[in-house]
Design a binder for this molecule. Structure first.
Ligand SMILES: O=C(CO)[C@H](O)[C@H](O)COP(=O)(O)O
Length: 213
């Protein structure tokens, strides 16, 4: 079985802090996620800059697109995004639009199940539409209210869909191996790295745990 990939969520608004975090964690992670607040604040220029500095990393732009899928995603793929996210709650037409944009750039789409009422049905529809990644995600506000992604991850993994499964929502050293065993092939880590006293050391620990899983 292929090793799970580690995705670092960069959720700062500050460009220099974002680039500094990326540099510190680069030896240990596979994907740089430009988080939603960060991409809204800094725009397509940050995609170009991250790709220029880290040409060997995958860049995920967490657009969380809700409408105008092809139109919104196209400039981010053109700037070097390898993956853009679209909300599952946006519906099939918008998801299909982002998939159309991605296909023009030989890139990929992640459908984010955040706040989707029927996650199993949405995951199945996303696979049928041709999305490559399904994202099981407990957002920051839901985490603050005590929610976790673990039960949803098990429900989606049970489907056996031909997609990679990404999991996000407070993943940390103590939970990273469990989510891989539950079926995640991309583990997203934000606060457990950027909020650590040493982000590089936290990323190194997560890498070691993922490689040992
Ligand atoms: O997409 C996000 C919020 O919508 C975050 O980037 C994602 O939840 C990962 O961060 P953390 O590990 O801190 O939960």
């Amino acid at each position: 079985m292929a090793k799970a990939l580690i995705q670092l969520a960069i959720d700062s608004l500050d460009v220099n802090a974002s680039l500094g975090l990326a540099a510190a964690a680069a030896p240990y992670v596979d994907i740089f996620e430009i988080g939603t607040p960060c991409i809204k604040h800094n725009g397509v220029a940050l995609v170009r800059e991250l790709k220029r500095r880290f040409p060997n990393k995958l860049i995920l732009v967490d657009l969380k697109t809700m409408d105008a899928g092809e139109y919104e995603a196209t400039p981010f793929y053109a700037a070097g995004a390898d993956i853009c996210t679209v909300l599952g709650v946006s519906g099939g037409a918008t998801i299909a639009g982002v998939i159309k944009a991605a296909s023009k750039f030989n890139a990929e789409v992640q459908v984010d199940l955040i706040n989707v009422p029927n996650k199993v049905a949405c995951a199945r529809e996303s696979a049928q539409l041709g999305a490559q990644i399904i994202g099981v995600h407990t957002g920051l506000d839901a985490q603050a209210a005590g929610q976790t992604p673990f039960a949803d991850l098990q429900a989606v993994a049970r489907l056996g869909l031909p997609m990679r499964i990404s999991v996000a929502g407070g993943i940390k050293q103590s939970t990273v191996q469990g989510v891989i065993q539950a079926g995640a092939t991309i583990v997203v880590v934000g606060a457990a790295i950027y909020g650590a006293p040493s982000p590089a050391e936290a990323a190194r620990e997560i890498r070691a745990l993922v490689d040992a899983a």
